[in-house]
Design a protein around this ligand. Structure first.
Ligand SMILES: [Zn+2]
Length: 159
């Protein structure tokens, strides 16, 4: 009897690294959304740290994870759990993720709880809040008084 080898944790992580956040131009792993991957035979459990409880993207991400991980050979069941034990903070985001957000003109707060908003186009901090709701629940729109560009800022839960 041949026992089919289950997937490795590493293979799961590799798949997760290819899944982008539906609202941000970076991978969910760079966003720091994944806390843990557990493999038990053909069963995979992925534990996610939700960024914003109100963010509708969470449901989409869960579906993406399930669908993508299920394509791996040897995977029969995928559970995606949300962990609220330790809240997501900007610290969970990788340097690569921050850099990618900056390249897309999204201002990233230096740490949880804000600080001033730096214009990603000219570096000015002479910015003003234009629309706290932005294009999605995850973003707020600021306006740069120096270069006159609108700035989308990635919201942290305490903003
Ligand atoms: Zn500017």
């Amino acid at each position: 009897m041949v026992t089919q080898a289950g997937p490795t944790e590493q293979a799961i992580w590799e798949v997760l690294r290819t899944i982008n956040d539906p609202e941000l131009p970076i991978a969910i792993t760079d966003l720091g959304l994944i806390r843990e991957v557990e493999v038990e035979g053909a069963r995979v459990r992925v534990t996610m740290v939700p960024t914003f409880s109100a963010c509708p993207a969470i449901g989409v991400i869960r579906q993406d994870i399930r669908a993508q991980v299920l394509t791996l050979p040897g995977v029969e069941e995928v559970e995606v759990e949300l962990s609220f034990a330790e809240p997501w903070t900007m610290k969970r985001m990788t340097e690569r993720g921050r850099e990618q957000l900056r390249q897309h003109g999204l201002s990233v707060p230096p740490r949880l709880g804000g600080g001033e908003v730096t214009c990603p186009f000219c570096g000015s901090t002479n910015t003003t809040l234009e629309n706290p709701f932005g294009t999605t629940l995850c973003r707020a729109i600021y306006y740069c008084r120096d270069c006159k560009n609108p700035i989308e800022r990635f919201r942290s839960p305490s903003d």
